[in-house]
Design a protein around this ligand. Structure first.
Ligand code: NIG
Length: 419
């Protein structure tokens, strides 16, 4: 059971060592659920995980004795810091009025076609400044972080013109400085066709490709995403964008098969995109391709619930084919005003029939895969960043079992306690 990761002299190795805990390492391989180490020891040095093992075995006791600080958790659970791999948390304005309309019977697609939806939020976002966008997002971010999110992906896509897209990406970068959370910035200029390009979708896609080049040169883009849908962009337009993005060496993501089957799983796989997100309408062929291409399926149960979508992603077939499934809040003003990754985990289990272990993997290691950072974060393994959550329970299933109970006790980012 012992895993030794310490440097040559483990007893001298660690600044901070946790004992008295169950460690859900979420490491891949092995047949122990959650990669769990009962009565575990986790050693941290210089912001990284230096040692993971079991009390009383191998070097574990020496690591404890040689540590600068030993923290006895007296029976708590440690997991990797949570990763919210799909959000649109930065935007201006509110769409609660539109939601009232939908409750009276209008569908998500109908609202979008009537000029509501994404384009509606564009106005509020264009009017905002970097500071006001961060301030508007602050309550949402605080709620997410209070549940142990240590890495968040934030998409642009409510600017739909160069300056406003830049503002959103800069606001995302500001979040990393202000909130003690790691941020991955995704350019989603291809989220919708703005009013000024109505009926000229191809021209707008050319503009998106230009914007992408400029914003990438400015160093504010980590990945590129596209909304491939009846109310978004066609497969051909997506291919054009992805071809250009690949030329720039950017990581790719895809909003795919949320409302219709456009073969997006296969499209994502063909371009070696990190993920295909939503996936409700992904058929077996597409899922086969995702398995071949190691494309992560990012599932977004709160969006599925909020827009009253009856079609569910084929989790059972994904599981059979070994497709990695990740989860995100998809925090956005239209389809998922959700600021709780714990609720997402619960709904992944209740609505999509994922297991609590799959749900936790979806917001840790598989979330890291979806943003291309699984070498650095997502599991408790030697050499990875010491992003850790400590929960007031010993049972990992409790994280997805409760609705509205936050068991987080403490959260460490790069080995430092987040206040
Ligand atoms: O992921 N699908 C596209 N984007 C969002 C919706 C954003 C909005 O409606 O403002 C989503 O569901």
């Amino acid at each position: 059971m012992l895993e030794k990761f310490c440097a040559e002299e483990p007893s001298l190795g660690c600044d901070l060592v946790f004992v008295g805990c169950n460690v859900a390492t979420m490491k891949e391989g092995g047949d122990v659920p959650y990669g769990m180490i009962a009565d575990g020891v986790v050693g941290v040095k210089d912001g990284k995980i230096k040692f993971v093992g079991k009390r009383g075995e191998g070097d574990a006791d020496a690591v404890v004795e040689g540590a600068e600080t030993v923290k006895d958790l007296e029976g708590k659970l440690i997991t990797p810091g949570l990763i919210d791999c799909h959000t649109h948390v930065i935007y201006g304005g509110s769409r609660s009025k539109e939601w009232e309309l939908k409750l009276k019977g209008a569908s998500y697609e109908e609202v979008a076609k009537a000029g509501g939806g994404i384009v509606n939020t564009v106005k509020g976002t264009r009017e905002g400044s970097v500071a006001s966008l961060v301030a508007e997002a602050a309550p949402r971010l605080k709620a997410m972080l209070s549940e142990g999110v240590t890495t968040i992906e934030i998409k642009s896509g409510y600017g739909l013109e160069e300056d406003a897209e830049r503002k959103q990406l800069l606001a995302a970068a500001q979040v990393e400085k202000d909130f003690g959370v790691k941020v991955q910035k995704t350019f989603l200029g291809a989220h919708a066709v703005p009013n000024e390009y109505k009926g000229r979708d191809d021209e707008y896609m050319d503009e998106v490709i230009k914007m992408m080049g400029k914003l990438n040169e400015e160093g504010i883009v980590d990945a590129v995403d596209c909304f491939t849908e009846s109310i978004g962009f066609t497969v051909a337009q997506t291919e054009k964008l992805f071809g250009a993005a690949k030329g720039l060496g950017l990581k790719l993501r895809l909003h795919g098969d949320q409302l219709n089957d456009f073969g997006c799983g296969a499209l994502a796989s063909r371009f070696s995109a990190l993920s295909c997100d939503h996936c409700e309408y992904c058929g077996e062929d597409a899922i086969d391709k995702m398995a071949e291409g190691k494309t992560v399926a990012v599932l977004l149960p709160t969006a599925n619930y909020f827009i009253s979508e009856e079609k569910l992603p084929d989790v059972s077939y994904m599981r059979t084919k070994g497709v990695d499934m990740a989860l995100g809040t998809n925090c956005n003003p239209g389809s998922s005003p959700c600021c709780s990754l714990l609720l997402v985990m619960n709904m992944a289990c209740t609505r999509f029939r994922m297991s609590p272990e799959e749900a936790l993997r979806g917001v840790t290691l598989n979330g890291a895969k979806a943003i291309g950072l699984s070498e650095e974060i997502g599991s408790i393994e030697g050499g990875k960043k010491a992003d850790l959550c400590i929960w007031d329970t010993l049972e990992p299933a409790e994280l997805s079992y409760y609705m509205g109970l936050n068991l987080l006790k403490e959260c460490y980012v790069d080995g430092v306690l987040r206040k």
